[in-house]
Design a protein around this ligand. Structure first.
Ligand code: ZN
Length: 117
C-alpha cells in the first residue's frame, strides 16, 4: 500500500481542482483548495500551505473571470463565488467582484480560528 505523502496529496488536490474547473464546478474547486490549505496548515507544513494558497488564488482568479463573464451575460451583478443574484441574496461589491451574505457566512466559518483548549 502506498503511503500518502503531502506530495501525493497536493498532486491529488491539483487534479481534483483542474477537473472541477474544467467542468465549471467552481464551488468544488474552491473547497478542494481550502481543504488543502486547512490540512497543511494543521500539519504546520508551511511549504505546502503556501502551495495550497497559490492554488486557491488561481481558483479565485478563474471563479472571478467566470463570474464577470456571467455578470456580463446576465446584465446584472451576481456573487462571484456562487453566482446568485439579488433578491435571492444580498451582495457586497469589491474592486472587481461581488460576494453574497451566504458566501461570507461560509468563508467566515472556514477561516474561523480554531478554539484552543
Ligand atoms: Zn455567494
Amino acid at each position: 500500500m502506498q503511503e500518502l505523502t503531502n506530495v501525493n496529496l497536493l498532486e491529488f488536490l491539483d487534479r481534483a481542482q483542474r477537473n472541477a474547473l474544467k467542468e465549471k464546478r467552481y464551488h468544488d474547486a474552491l473547497l478542494t483548495r481550502i481543504l488543502g490549505y486547512v490540512l497543511f496548515h494543521e500539519q504546520k507544513d508551511h511549504v505546502f500551505e503556501t502551495a495550497a494558497l497559490v492554488g486557491l488564488r488561481q481558483v479565485l482568479d478563474s471563479v472571478l473571470n467566470g463570474a464577470l463573464e456571467q455578470q456580463a451575460q446576465l446584465g446584472r451583478p451576481a456573487c462571484s463565488f456562487c453566482f446568485k443574484t439579488e433578491p435571492d441574496v444580498r451582495l457586497a461589491a469589491g474592486a472587481a467582484a461581488f460576494i453574497c451574505n451566504s458566501c461570507v457566512a461560509t468563508f467566515a466559518e472556514v477561516f474561523r480560528e480554531p478554539v484552543s483548549n
